[in-house]
Design a protein around this ligand. Structure first.
Ligand SMILES: Cc1cc2nc3c(=O)[nH]c(=O)nc-3n(C[C@H](O)[C@H](O)[C@H](O)COP(=O)(O)OP(=O)(O)OC[C@H]3O[C@@H](n4cnc5c(N)ncnc54)[C@H](O)[C@@H]3O)c2cc1C
Length: 472
């Protein structure tokens, strides 16, 4: 399916109008226009791929240069983009509808279920409808000490797609942007770079580049971010197969500041990913010492990891991520709260490419046609914040943890019938559905009634066991 067929059916006229208006002196792309994409992660590469495909469809000849210093073929930090590497179900499907089918050499493992680990027990949640569409991928080429991969990383794969469509990859770091009369100058530390009609900033939030954008005085203020934690455990294929299989381990523990933690099985490694409010060495140490975490590893003890990092994660949208001839996409603009960041990169990349092709490249074009996509993501994130506040209460109170576990376990034991708590947990943990949809599912009378029943049951059990154990 071509991009024009997908959801831009009537926009060929829009593209032609944009080209015509350029002749009248307005800001839009024309034959020979040059576009600089700063950063070749998922947002930058997908933007380039979509824009080149749209240009091909309307017969426009443009040049795209993707500035990206990382070689995603390298093992270790030089090839890594710091991420858990879970590609959500909805994104796998959306990309397939765009004609981008993740090949087996990119998918390290298909995730078949989630195991929810709590102090009150563990329950496995099978994919709704027993589909196996979540993909665990490497963003780079694995840690330095990992086995050489026959696989290729996700970022390399999408960058190759953009290159095959005609994008030029420039293996350079960009140090700054300068506004010219009729364009944008891209500056690299070695004095190279060039002049472009449009600059698309897709550097993510783990780069110093955004600090320099302030100097352009375009009213942009970067996204709010928080520190996260990632590390890789070399468990070996056999151990991963036997112990973790195709299950992603999720931890719902009573630790202040901890929002989400998961252990993701890949080739011969398992990636631990911890996201929260005040992630530091101390919290990570306490987390790795938790019995719920230890019991996921061989002999019930956490082995040494071979690499770790504290990358930043976007937790609130940037302010005004656009100006004449400049647009910020992916993490530098807006993304989904704590989940599906690659999905957020896809959505903002596509919205920006559509705006550039079918409307124009002025501040007003981005405000009218690009910003609504960011606003929609951010307003869904506000619902996500509420859901995480509720999840925090579940983390905090043992009787609630037990009620959630029991309700989920009862649903998973049933061969048929609705699995409402399982679906809510699945969607919150995988990011497969918008937070709004998750919230609406919790209003269902049957969900409310069953949960209330399990909470009451759990309170009764708690009263009987309180004296002996003294737990909350
Ligand atoms: C701990 C953690 C776990 C996560 N887990 C998941 C997950 O499991 N699933 C998921 O969907 N999302 C996850 N995310 C979020 C996801 O990583 C991001 O949302 C996503 O990578 C954003 O893509 P991007 O292209 O905007 O930025 P990035 O992926 O950060 O890519 C930016 C690119 O720009 C390049 N760059 C930076 N500065 C410059 C410069 N000055 N010049 C040229 N190039 C430059 C970088 O080298 C990089 O390749 C996680 C994030 C964190 C922190």
């Amino acid at each position: 399916m071509s991009i024009l067929d997908a959801d831009d059916g009537g926009d060929l006229a829009g593209a032609l109008a944009a080209l015509q208006s350029d002749e009248e002196g307005e800001l839009s792309l024309h034959d020979g226009s040059r576009v600089a994409v700063i950063g070749g992660g998922p947002a930058g590469s997908l933007f380039s791929y979509f824009l080149l495909q749209m240009a091909e469809n309307v017969g426009l000849e443009i040049e795209i240069n993707i500035f990206e210093p990382r070689h995603f073929t390298h093992r270790g930090a030089a090839g890594c983009n710091h991420c858990g590497g879970v590609v959500s179900e909805s994104l796998v499907q959306t990309l397939a509808a765009e004609g981008v089918n993740l090949p087996p050499k990119v998918v390290q493992r298909g995730i078949e279920c989630y195991a929810l680990n709590q102090d009150v027990g563990t329950v496995e949640i099978a994919t709704p409808l027993n589909e196996k569409r979540i993909a665990a991928v490497y963003r780079g080429n694995g840690p330095r000490q990992s086995e050489p991969l026959e696989f290729i990383g996700f970022d390399r794969y999408v960058q190759d797609l953009a290159e095959q469509k005609g994008a030029r990859i420039v293996r350079k770091l960009v140090s700054g942007l300068q506004r010219l009369g009729g364009g944008i100058r891209v500056l690299c530390p070695d004095g190279s770079g060039g002049d472009f009609d449009l600059a698309v900033v897709a550097t993510g939030v783990n780069s110093h580049f955004l600090e320099g954008v302030d100097g352009l005085e375009i009213g942009y203020s970067g996204p709010e971010t928080r520190k996260a934690f990632l590390c890789e455990f070399p468990l070996g294929r056999k151990e991963i197969e036997n112990r973790l299989g195709a299950a992603l381990q999720i931890f719902l523990l009573d630790m202040p500041g901890l929002k989400f933690a998961g252990l993701i099985p890949k080739g011969d490694l398992a990636t631990m990913c911890v996201i929260g409010e005040n992630i530091d060495e101390q919290l990570i140490e306490a987390f790795l010492e938790a019995p719920e975490v230890k019991r996921c590893f061989p002999d019930g003890s956490v082995p040494p990891h071979i690499c770790h990092c504290f990358p930043r994660v976007n937790t609130r949208s940037a302010v005004k991520p656009f100006a004449d001839r400049i647009v910020m996409i992916g993490d530098t603009g807006t993304t989904r709260l704590y989940k599906d960041g690659i999905g957020g990169a896809y959505r903002t990349a596509k919205a920006a490419a559509r705006t550039v092709m079918f409307s124009g490249i002025s501040e007003d074009d981005f405000r009218q046609h690009y910003w609504p996509t960011c606003e929609k993501i951010e307003s869904d994130n506000n619902i996500g914040r509420f859901l995480f506040a509720v999840t925090r209460q579940v983390q905090k109170w043992r009787f609630l943890r037990r009620a959630v576990l029991n309700m989920t376990a009862a649903e998973q034991r049933r061969a048929t019938g609705p699995r409402r708590m399982s679906s809510v947990l699945w969607d919150v943990f995988t990011g497969s559905a918008p937070y709004k949809e998750v919230l609406l599912n919790t209003f269902h009378p049957a969900y409310v009634a069953t949960l209330t029943w399990h909470i009451m049951l759990s309170l009764v059990i708690g009263v009987f066991s309180f004296g002996s154990r003294g737990q909350r």
